[in-house]
Design a protein around this ligand. Structure first.
Ligand code: 5GP
Ligand code: MN
Length: 320
């Protein structure tokens, strides 16, 4: 079984690198820190390779002593574990470690995962990659301490909208219950990752909400964030996690999209759906990916052209 193979590899090797996707979210950061801490408990040399900036709201996560910039890795890992990452491109500058690693272990829950590892454990039923990391940690025989539990809980809460999205299963609640029993303060973590905002982030949210336009008889909601809006509010892309939910939550909307101008003139698109639309199909047609109800891709600008092409694509899958 692949899970036990992975555990065997981790137990048998001493130098382990952990990496996740660029623009890291709570699952990427929490899963990485949890696995890093667990392997450290086994006496392994562990590094969590950072390929992007850490969003300030996740700075409370334990395990920061294990993290270093990709370019400054203190040793060459025998094993690279990629977590929550659907394809090699999403590793960003971390791709150098992918190319150098002897063995790549790919643990993920994205429908669009390209199975890029030597060992691939992709469970699309898992609400978060952290649910799979929880199984790995258990099988390695490591007791859940409060630090590891905080990381896993944060990751699961982040990918389930604090247990609101329909990826939340009995398994999710079971794991969360066990994590809470170690002392995790669930309400505090949910507040930190879902409602706590700086003034700048709040102003940005206001501007993003103001930009919403509805199409297709109100079934599609489009949010646009320009570079100018980012400059004026003093926000970076790491300040936008969760903003798209305000478009998805509009009554009657099936598909919501957030389009953001990047520094290099491209457009980063985030997609969400409410009931039936498979947004990962839309994202895949633009070389992106993700889950049915949450996905993303990047295209060339300008913004208006990106919106038009996207609206055409969405129209084909909306039910009348
Ligand atoms: P978000 O909108 O929160 O950035 O991303 C939603 C989901 O889609 C996440 O699971 C994320 O990993 C995935 N995703 C976002 N952008 C991309 C992309 O460009 N390529 C792929 N493969 N997945 C993406
Ligand atoms: Mn995830």
């Amino acid at each position: 079984m692949i899970l036990s193979d992975i555990v065997k590899h981790l137990m048998q090797n001493d130098n382990i690198g952990i990496i996740s996707h660029v623009t890291p979210d709570g699952d990427a950061l929490g899963s990485s820190a949890a696995l890093g801490l667990a392997l450290e408990r086994l006496g392994k040399r562990v590094v969590v390779l950072r390929n992007d900036r850490l969003p300030s709201k996740y700075s409370f996560l334990p395990g920061s002593h294990l993290a270093v910039d990709c370019e400054k890795a203190p040793f060459k890992p025998d094993i690279l574990v990629a977590l929550d990452c659907g394809d090699v491109e999403r590793l960003g500058s971390g791709v150098m470690h992918y190319e150098a690693a002897g063995t790549v272990i790919n643990i993920d829950h994205h429908l669009s995962n390209t199975m890029f590892g030597n060992l691939n454990l992709v469970d699309t039923n898992a609400a978060a990659t952290a649910e799979i990391v929880y199984q790995v940690i258990k099988l390695m025989g490591i007791a859940l301490d409060l630090d590891i539990a905080i990381c896993l809980f944060t990751a699961i809460a982040a990918d389930t909208g604090c247990f609101r999205y329909d990826n939340t299963s009995i398994v999710t609640h079971g794991i969360a219950g066990e994590l809470i029993s170690t002392g995790v303060k669930s309400s505090e973590i949910c507040r930190r990752i879902y409602s706590l905002r700086t003034l700048e982030q709040t102003k940005m949210l206001g501007r993003a909400i103001d930009s919403i336009k509805l199409y297709h008889d109100g079934k599609t909601a489009i949010m646009r964030i320009t570079k100018k809006m980012m400059q004026e509010t003093g926000c970076g892309q790491e300040d936008l996690e969760g903003v798209i939910e305000f478009a998805r939550d509009i009554e009657g909307v099936e598909i919501a999209a957030l389009l953001r101008e990047t520094d290099d003139g491209e457009i980063k698109v985030g997609l969400r759906s409410n009931e039936y639309a498979d947004t990962s199909e839309i994202a895949a047609s633009f070389n992106g990916g993700g889950h049915r109800k949450a996905s993303g891709y990047t295209v060339g600008g300008p913004m208006d052209a990106a919106v038009e092409t996207l609206l055409d694509r969405i129209e084909k899958i909306l039910r009348v």
